[in-house]
Design a protein around this ligand. Structure first.
Ligand code: GTP
Ligand code: MG
Length: 469
């Protein structure tokens, strides 16, 4: 990331809409704006009262009146970036936007890089690194759950959780350092069993956070729901019905779907990512075999599995139960994945399955069973509400869920170092070795929270942003 302290300019709004906002931030912001802005009240930007608006024209250097606009003035440090800032609210024509930007740049502003405004906000202490990171998530969130999560992270939910972890580790470390200072006298200040207890407690918290990544990333990217089952059981028909569009090819030929197809859909407060897969069966066709292997992987990684069976293929409950068990083994779905058995094509039966029949299947398989017809869409409402019930109240403003792979990586490294600390304690290692392991743990936690930063980390974080943020 360039940190040259220059005044930067960019369009902050996306395409479309009636108004666009162009942002100018840096010590030259007012002077550059004054070169073009002719206020109706005759007051220059430099002389305008801070935190006020002014109406006027943008006049290019060749005299062309580009637009009439509203200019807002923010004075350092009370702005988004913590620098002097000007925001121009202009008419959102592509011509106006690019002409104004080009003029600002000709007068000495530099085009902003992605995330550069937020980077400056971070550098100027307007927000911490974790808060800055969640700004990109706030903009990208497309469900209430995703938004709640990002918002609580931006407002410091993360920061306080990590600060607590850090202070526990620092306490431990200072005890050990004290011992080291008195090293020659060969004393132990810190009770080893108390130390071990604290290490365990912190490790436990880390594990909880690490485990929350599955949930957190699912909410951010869409909860993955894999639709699996035998060929022709109606998986693609179900996907189309859920999406309400003809997304996947449906045919009576077994083995129609080869590659998996993913589409996201918001239901209630949660975004789901439905994955239609190739029907599983023994095959000699190498292409089909690749598709089936992929289906297996999707099923194993999914948060929820919809296991579809064509109920009209099975005349007896025992036969049906055996087919379900076989499919589970074939797909290799782990026991802790929420699985829903979908008895599809119920419209083909003389009568809709009775509750007794359904509970018999449910108790034999130990799984939720939902009868549906993907074709007539009967039963899909119940399926949707069951799916949502699995995630109801999943995110509250108090939830601290890990959503970023970067955070996961550093938390895992912190935990590894803590486990090494514990081992060093257990095996009666010298104090300096124990302290060294603990320092490694603190180092990774520091990288996570931004106490320790590198250009690489900053580059990774802020390049995810759009320009203008
Ligand atoms: N009567 C009835 N037919 C259905 C239903 N769902 C799917 N079908 C039919 O079953 C056939 C197979 O449907 P698909 O959705 O292509 O099945 P699939 O599971 O995706 O099959 P593969 O992609 O080959 O694994 C098609 O002829 C569908 O019209 C249903 O609920 N009722
Ligand atoms: Mg299909």
């Amino acid at each position: 990331m360039i940190q040259d302290g220059k005044t930067i300019a960019a369009v902050a709004t996306g395409s479309g809409g009636a108004i666009a906002v162009i942002r100018l931030s840096g010590s030259e912001a007012f002077v550059i704006a004054d070169a073009f802005f002719k206020a109706r009240n005759g007051v220059s930007v430099c002389d305008m009262a801070p935190f006020t608006l002014s109406y006027g024209d943008f006049v290019a250097s060749d005299g062309e009146i580009v637009d009439d606009l509203l200019l807002s003035k923010f004075v350092a440090p009370r702005s988004y970036t913590g620098e002097d800032m000007v925001e121009l609210s202009v008419h959102a024509s592509e011509y106006i936007k690019s002409r104004i930007l080009e003029q600002l740049i000709a007068r000495g502003a530099r085009p902003a890089q992605p995330g550069e405004y937020t980077l400056r906000a971070y550098v100027n202490g307007k927000m911490d690194m974790l808060g800055a990171e969640s700004v990109a998530d706030i903009i990208a969130s497309d469900s209430r759950a995703g938004h709640t999560l990002a918002l609580s992270q931006m407002r410091g939910g993360y920061t306080s959780e990590f600060a607590l972890l850090r202070s526990e580790l620092v306490d431990l470390q200072s005890l050990l350092e004290l011992e080291l200072d008195f090293g020659e006298e060969d004393v132990e200040f810190a009770d080893r069993s108390k130390l071990a207890e604290s290490v365990d407690r912190t490790e436990h918290k880390l594990t909880r956070l690490i485990d929350s990544y599955v949930q957190g990333s699912a909410i951010k990217e869409g909860v993955p729901v894999a639709i699996i089952g035998a060929p022709n059981s109606g998986k693609s028909t179900l996907l189309n019905a859920l999406l309400n569009e003809d997304r996947a090819i449906v045919s009576s030929i077994a083995g129609t779907t080869r590659d998996s197809i993913e589409e996201t859909l918001r239901l209630g407060d949660v975004v789901f990512r439905f994955i239609d897969t190739a029907g599983m069966r023994a095959t000699d066709d190498p292409l089909e075999a690749i598709g089936i292997e992929k289906a297996r992987q999707k099923a194993q990684k999914a948060r929820v599995v919809f296991l579809t069976v064509d109920i009209s293929d099975h005349s007896h409950a025992d036969d049906l139960i055996a087919a379900i068990a076989g499919m589970r083994v074939e797909a290799g779905v782990s026991a802790d994945t929420d699985t829903v058995i979908l008895l599809n094509k119920c419209d083909k039966l003389p009568a809709w399955p009775t509750d007794d029949f359904l509970s018999a299947i449910a108790s034999a398989t130990g799984t939720e069973v939902v009868p549906i017809s993907a074709k007539t869409q009967n039963g899909l409402d119940r399926l949707r509400s069951h799916l949502l019930s699995l995630f109801s109240g999943i995110v509250t403003t108090e939830s601290v869920l890990i959503t970023s792979a970067r955070h996961l990586e550093q938390l895992t490294a912190t935990r590894t170092a803590l486990v090494a600390t514990r081992t060093a304690l257990d095996t009666g290692m010298p104090t300096d070795l124990i302290a060294a392991e603990l320092r490694t743990a603190l180092h990774h936690l520091g990288l996570l929270t931004g106490e320790i930063t590198t250009d690489e980390i900053l580059g990774n974080i802020f390049s995810r942003f759009c320009i203008g943020k």
